[in-house]
Design a protein around this ligand. Sequence first.
Ligand SMILES: [Zn+2]
Length: 214
Amino acid sequence: MQEEGVIKFNLRFTRHTPVSLESFTDLNRWRGLLWQQALIGQDPARYGGYGFGNVSQRLPQSPEPDSRRAFLVSGSQTGELPELRDEHYAVVTACDPANNRIEARGPIRPSSESLTHGIVYDQSNDIRVVLHVHSPDIWSAAARLGLPVTAASVAYGTPAMALEVERLFRETDVRGQGIFSMGGHEDGIVAFGKTADEAGSCLTRTLSLCLDKN
Ligand SMILES: [Zn+2]
């Protein structure tokens, strides 16, 4: 089941100068905090040694027709780095989950889970930030905590995942909770919000809830 780090979508990638992180300091600060808690990282003992966890934020303004879906996302296999800089982020300029296609540009390839981020952005214009982490604590307590969970038969970043996330937004209060568990992706958790602070504190709060009860 573990194929963390493997890019499953068709990627049209163009080398490009990095976007300045000046407008994304909160996102990058949360990325560092999540790394410190081992919710993002790289560990020889976990997931076959692949990096795990990634963060993204919609570009504030974009003149392009695909602006609805343009977002900054951490680069592929950056999990081992405690802190990211400009050159560790790519811009996804188009995301087509139904056809498993992504277009991106930057100094680095986008995260292998970019399609999952794009699927979440597709659910609402209010979603500006998506954080994907790996938390055995939250994942194993998802049912007890009442978190929405995508079907165990659905792996990350696939067209089927798009349908599952749409189902959660239709059938559960995932919008209000701002977090869901990926049933078919070991330890996979997605938090989202209008800001990095909103998504990040939702994750932190959920983690403390499940640790309290252990
Ligand atoms: Zn993952």
